[in-house]
Design a protein around this ligand. Sequence first.
Ligand code: F6P
Length: 344
Amino acid sequence: MNIGVLTGGGDCPGLNAVLRAVTRKAVDVKSDKVFGFYDAWDGVLEQRYLQLTTDAVRGILPRGGTILGTRRGSPFDMPDGVDRVKKTFSDLKLDALIVIGGNGSLTVASKMYEQFSLPMIGIPKTIDNDVVGTDATFGFQTAVQIATDAIDRLHTTAESHDRVMVVEVMGRDAGWIALQAGIAGGATAIVVPEVPFDIDELSLIVRKRHERGRYASVVVVAEGAKPKPGTLKMPMRIDDIYGREKLGDIAHVIAPEISARTGFESRVVQLGHIQRGGTPTSYDRVLSTRFGLAAVDAAHDKAFGEMVVLKCGAIARANMAVTAGQTRTIDLELFADVAATFFG
Ligand code: F6P
């Protein structure tokens, strides 16, 4: 087979491990030819690619980022986008395209298959862990570990200064990183996009903790967290070049409001893209590897329109349409029954 592969959307640890696994299985085991498209869909539209060989993927298993580069944006954004994708399929005699992406890229791949019968296979990635149909995306566990390490470090400096540290982690529509890292790091409170917060209640949690003789707090906030309507003045929305809201300031809204209500000094720490960079954890390397191998099998089985997923520890397949335009939000029971037990 001639198999194309691309990495789309925000990068995440494990992308290179997937590329290695796809290549090793396709080239060494199946005698396929693998075209690695540069810069996500841009490379498909412009026929810019790297032929992926065993040599080309040597040594990349532990490397963060993606050797192919990535972009946001979709061929559907341009009038001749789909025709150009079809032309690439016919010029390169592609039998399948493996799309390694989050909700955005998988939605595009699903539409390419459903509406134009282009042979697409998906692999779910994102540190946000918000893809419907899989129990986990690769990259998430690494991001949680990075955030947990940061929270651990912030506890000691917070304690030295009797401060409230407000740590902002990624999580646009789903608070998985905040939830898991907050539980693992013993957060004073966790604020997620799924549960609009009340700044008075949040400040009360911090105050009560200090009344119990703990003079430092670490509050973990997902970047997409929102106050209950009408309770707080939010900064004006600014969009990025893709028309998505630029996030990354909610901690700067929350920290001074907590200080004003409690009188305790606060500081803001935004972990930002540190959560996406660097080497994947062993868990993510293994999950990426399993996904990559399974995607090649899916291509050979002509399971087009499907993505490989993790279900109860096993690799399975799910129709990509289940995630198109959707968000897998946090487990609210984990938030209420586990995380909230330790608030304060
Ligand atoms: O990949 C998803 C994500 O990590 C979101 O949590 C975050 O809002 C976004 O990427 C930031 O992306 P960018 O690289 O465009 O700043």
